[in-house]
Write a new protein. Structure first.
Length: 172
């Protein structure tokens, strides 16, 4: 599993470099979309399906917005003196990212041995603390209310952004 995570991480870094270095804006938008989808797959492998679903929704809406903006305006002017600075910056940040990602993946617990066992406390004390018969409701609305509020806010803002960009200017 670690090999697959490292492969996805490498693919995401290559996709980011392609998105920054390519001169065609449409290809850059597609590359960014592929990186976002790979990130949602990484979230799935790391055991966070709720974050993966939010990532897919946000990535799809952002991809639609960026595609709409790219098709309307394709300004691909890149100045020659900025390219060497951009390449150097990308290489430095990619190196730092790879080192930090290696350290983060190295510190993950082995598969099947969770680091935190918060869910056991939720199951054991959920009814007594929240008085909610449904455990899913008690976890989402009582124990992890801020997380749920944050996810709902991200979805709401993404939908509003898509509506704002994709609406027609005038009514016919």
């Amino acid at each position: 599993m670690e090999v697959l995570l490292y492969a996805l991480l490498g693919f995401m870094v290559v996709g980011c470099i392609i998105a920054v270095e390519i001169k065609d804006l449409l290809s850059a938008v597609v590359s960014v979309g592929i990186v976002g989808i790979c990130l949602s797959v990484v979230f799935l492998f790391l055991g966070a399906p709720d974050i993966a679903i939010v990532q897919v929704v946000v990535e799809t809406l952002c991809l639609i917005i960026l595609l709409r903006a790219t098709v309307q305006r394709d300004d691909t002017t890149i100045y020659k003196y900025i390219e060497s600075f951009a390449v150097a910056t990308i290489l430095i940040f990619s190196g730092v990212f790879m080192v930090l990602a290696y350290r983060a993946f190295k510190d993950l617990p082995s598969f099947g041995h969770p680091l935190m066992t918060v869910s056991q406390e939720y199951l054991r004390e959920g009814l007594a603390k929240t008085k909610a018969v449904n455990f899913v409701t008690s976890v989402l609305l009582d124990f992890r209310a801020y997380d749920t509020l944050g996810e709902a806010t991200v979805l709401f803002v993404s939908i509003l952004g898509a509506i704002a960009v994709l609406r027609r200017r005038g009514r016919r």
